[in-house]
Design a protein around this ligand. Structure first.
Ligand code: NA7
Length: 540
């Protein structure tokens, strides 16, 4: 046969967030030629885009960072218990510089198309800047919450003031001083932004459709002894974290909520509330699996909201009743509920009076009321987990697009690969723990797995790897099965695709746990990549 065509690079990496950066680093270690494309003008992914006021990670800083290099984790100093967006972005830049990664990244460049050529085992990748690159492999390091979503509200373009989306926040400083500001949405982003915007704005109006559960984060400056405790034991702690259900080391309770007396239960919730953060959800071991147990936690948080919020009607509106606690992502806040006690903040309940349209002056409700604004902030979320992948024109075997293949919901083997799309890897793809975990821990695990796989292929001169359809079907089924053992599918969440009109309702992340999942991936690799078809070695 004809000699196999030579690729321009071995691997194209799409994205230069935490996944893309680490992937580049590891590919260099293999001696492979890689090119990364990043649509933003800088590194950092999520933390580059989500610059809204109050943006902060809900995983503690000592754990939300790379663990692959002891030097890196020893030299970096976090200033707070939970790092803010600017600090995490500085960290991403520090890593990019420290590892000299920028020279392999094309910034402000969006990958538009990737098409597979069956005859050469190569991908042709095209960008909006006119690049055409042939690569043996493509790694999608495109993030899970990277396609911002504006709601379908009539007249959305007619507004006369300024509009913002939390996930596409401008880089110039935004000043709301004295302004009339409306925030639409009450998810994690809104819950972080609202207290900060309220301090600036003349008046802030919050439009709430679904109330959300939030736990105070009790963020604070980094405690030196705590930092030292971590740094002196980092490798062991990281190893432990990797085996946890969420990839986060935290204070688990091995008791069920109904095994203890009401008094003891209340005391445990109080303790957790005082410590703060999302670890509240592991107050007991059955909060996301047992409805009755879940109700005790939900009721506790509702009672806290009623204590904090002075106006009884507002408190009742803020107390979530539509979904079990934790089945929509649990939020962590700094003064969220307290903000509604301010005289310059009001809450509008969209359940009783929905948004009819946006008009030049502001937001018009169904009953005709118009709320006038200088600025509207859309905190309306993302086309999560699949949106970024399916909006690219990715063409696999026989020209089938990934969007076509995933029309009824994402189908992957291990969240790493999809049958019919050889040599295409996803970092934290749907079907992997991803958004249910410490993202950096999951990113490192995927990148390490991909690296090892590429190393084996390199050693054997293999040019093709593809997930088998049968293995994929089984994985999708397993993914569904474990999800439905929990209360998660009860909520109309973005985990379920419920926030995007017409998106199939499928529970997308793998809920079996980071530790369990890691073992499965390791076994698959150890058993000569069970469930993958590896191509024949190419004749020299
Ligand atoms: P989320 O969690 O998807 O929240 C979006 C919010 O916007 C949520 O309260 C929605 O209400 C609301 N929303 C969406 N569309 C509308 C319309 N049309 N009208 C009124 N309200 C609307 O996004 P976030 O950015 O807060 O968080 C995403 C994740 O990023 C977060 O979990 C962290 O992991 C990081 P709904 O609940 O649909 O009634």
């Amino acid at each position: 046969g004809a000699a196999p065509a030579a690729p321009d690079v071995d691997v194209v990496v799409v994205g230069a967030g935490f996944a893309g950066l680490y992937m580049l680093y590891r590919l260099r270690g293999l001696g492979l030629r890689a090119r990364a494309f990043e649509q933003a003008s800088g590194v950092g992914g999520t933390w580059w885009w989500n610059r809204y006021p109050g943006a902060r990670c809900d995983v503690e800083s000592m754990q939300y960072s790379y663990g692959f290099s002891d030097e890196l984790q020893q030299e970096w100093k976090w200033s707070e218990r939970f790092a803010s967006q600017p600090e995490i972005l500085r960290y991403a830049n520090h890593v990019a510089d420290r590892l000299d990664l920028r020279r392999d990244i094309s910034f402000s460049t969006r990958v538009q198309q990737a098409s597979w050529d069956e005859t050469t085992d190569l991908w042709t990748v095209r960008t909006d800047k006119g690049d055409v690159v042939r690569a043996r492999h493509v790694v999608m390091a495109t993030g899970c919450l990277s396609t911002a979503r504006l709601p379908e509200i009539e007249g959305i373009d007619s507004f006369g003031g300024k509009t913002f989306h939390t996930g596409q926040w401008p880089h110039e400083k935004v000043d709301f001083t004295g302004q009339r500001v409306g925030v639409i949405g009450t998810g994690s982003s809104a819950i972080q932004a609202i207290p900060v915007i309220a301090e600036q704005a003349g008046h802030l109006t919050v439009f709430q459709r679904t109330a959300n559960f939030s736990i105070p984060s009790h963020n604070a400056p980094m405690d030196e002894p705590y930092e030292q405790e971590w740094k002196s034991d980092y490798p062991a702690r990281r190893a432990k974290a990797r085996a946890q259900h969420t990839g986060i080391l935290r204070n688990l309770n091995d008791k069920g909520a109904l095994e203890v007396s009401e008094e003891e239960r209340r005391a445990e919730y109080e303790r957790r509330w005082a410590v703060g953060g999302t670890a509240f959800m592991v107050s007991f071991n059955d909060l996301v699996t047992n409805e009755e147990a879940n109700r005790t936690a939900a009721e506790f948080v509702r009672s806290k909201i009623r204590e904090i919020v002075k106006d009884a009607r507002t408190a009742e509106l803020l107390a979530p009743k539509d979904h079990p606690i934790g089945t929509k992502r649990i939020c962590a806040d700094t003064g969220y509920y307290e903000t509604f006690n301010r005289s310059n903040v009001s809450l509008v309940d969209l359940r009783s009076n929905p948004i009819a349209r946006i008009v030049p002056e502001g937001v018009q409700l169904a009953d005709g009321t118009v709320h006038e604004f200088d600025a509207i902030v859309f905190a309306t979320g993302f086309d999560a987990m699949t949106g970024t992948l399916t909006s690219m024109d990715i063409r696999g075997v026989g020209g089938e697009t990934l969007a076509e293949k995933w029309a009824a919901g994402p189908r992957t083997y291990l969240g790493l690969c999809s049958a019919g799309f050889p040599n295409l890897f996803m970092v934290t793809g749907p079907g992997s723990p991803s958004v249910l975990s410490n993202m950096i821990v999951s990113i490192e695990q995927h990148v390490d797995w991909i690296t090892q796989c590429l190393a084996e292929m390199q050693k054997k001169s293999l040019t093709r790897i593809e997930a088998e359809r049968e293995a994929e079907d089984k994985w999708v089924e397993h993914n569904n099965e474990v999800a439905h053992r929990t209360l998660y599918p009860r909520a109309g969440s973005w985990y379920m695709g419920a926030n995007v009109k017409g998106k199939p309702r499928v529970f997308m992340p793998y809920i079996g746990g980071v530790g369990t999942y890691r073992k499965i991936c390791e076994e698959v690799a150890a058993e000569s990549y069970r469930g993958f078809r590896l191509g024949e070695p190419v004749a020299a």
